[in-house]
Design a protein. Sequence first.
Length: 520
Amino acid sequence: MSSAIRNIVIIGGGSAGWLTAGIIASTYAPNSQDKGLRVTLIESPDIKTIGVGEGTWPSMRRTLKRIGLSETDFIRFCDASFKQGTAFYGWMSDPSACYTHPFMPPNNFDALNPVDGYLAAHASARFDDTVCPQVALFANHLAPKQITTPEYAGQANYGYHLDAGKFATMLQRHCTEQLGVHQIVANVTEVLCRPNGDIDRLKTDRTDDLEGDLFIDCSGSQGLLINGLYEVGFIGRDDVLFNNRAIAAQTPYLDETAPIASCTHSTAQSAGWIWDIGLPTRRGTGYVYSAQHQSDAAAEQTLRQYIERTSTSEIAESVQTLTIVFEPGHRERFWHRNCVALGMAAGFIEPLEASALVLVELGATMIADELPADRSDMDSVGKRYNDRFRYRWDQIIDFLKLHYVLSTRTEAYWADHRNPSSIPESLQSLLTTWAYRAPWHHEGYHKDEMFPSASYQYVLYGMGFRPSRALPKHRHVEQDLAAAHHTFAQVTKQANQFRNQMPSNRDLLETLKQHRFQTV
């Protein structure tokens, strides 16, 4: 009989490793109970996490609740704030142009595709403003919930901005103190395999050999197991997405009462874009760019000039920067034999839509929910995993590329992004369809869609995309336009309610220092 899966070993800490440990350990009884599961995480004492500011998707609320963390405690410990989407500045030839990608879908989206109504009567207005009241929260630095709102609930959909280093520390404490995860601080010195090629155990410089049935590689871009041992191939995607450098800086507020942004700000530059997120105590800023289009020195100057424009020259000159070099792409396979790669060991692309942590959430959740009973079922689970996550990576890359394809900026970097040879066939096919039919529910045919059709609408029509071909006139067009007019009026009404009823982000986070969200 094939051996049961009772011992999971995670290599690498940080947000990826500890989030994976929490999701798996919160799903199964600990090994101290009959037929329980032992989860062990080994991390090197010599490798420090980057600890830059980071954004999450709304899925993180479900994940934190699943592993048993209090939302109040999480926000307090991780210097977290509320992320309700992304605002894009300067992505078109008009430097003052702005559009947003809210986490809320357009109002009445289940029953109404808003695009025809928008194009017929509101095309001179912003698409996001017309169809979604959440934009009013963005514009006024307002929170998605009130202090009386229960934990992980909200009047508007939201994720978080957080300090990644503090997040990893909180997860480590919760996993080891509450979920029974065993932590080992040591360096892996050798990986020993069984005759069939599976990993059998790890040798370390501080402990006895570490045996396991399933090994999860969260060792970062080095991929200690998936790359160092198994040499699983890497698929570079720099032919589609050119950015391969990031310069990060922790930027202080001008004063402690400064507004905290409700969304990530993404501001286009000549060879990339700058992120700007608001935490309670500081801003997290950084420049993602292509080294083929701009030198590192010029890129750092670009970031400092942005900080000077949004802060002061003194702050711009004094902030310390951290340069991160990465190769955009992912593994050919993520699950190989009894090893699964997560986080940067699986791959990395620019953080334009904050996909890094959600891929860890989804990967760890699938491992937990579809954990094979024994080795005999592992290859079939691994194939499903690989198929699913290759599809997800492809979809993320298509969605990010869409932002660049639609840009009308004229610099070489942006023109190169519009070169048809750099556009995946899958995205080109969608653009051909969208030339006469707006994305809606017919786009969501796959259960593993990373981005709903609403997300595509916010980017397409926010960036000025317009149909170039027409379908035959719809039989119920007048009724549909009337329904759209009514829905857009409701958006205006709800936006006004948000402005009048919701606290500012800073006010709510200050209140949260003394009070707690209701627990359910």
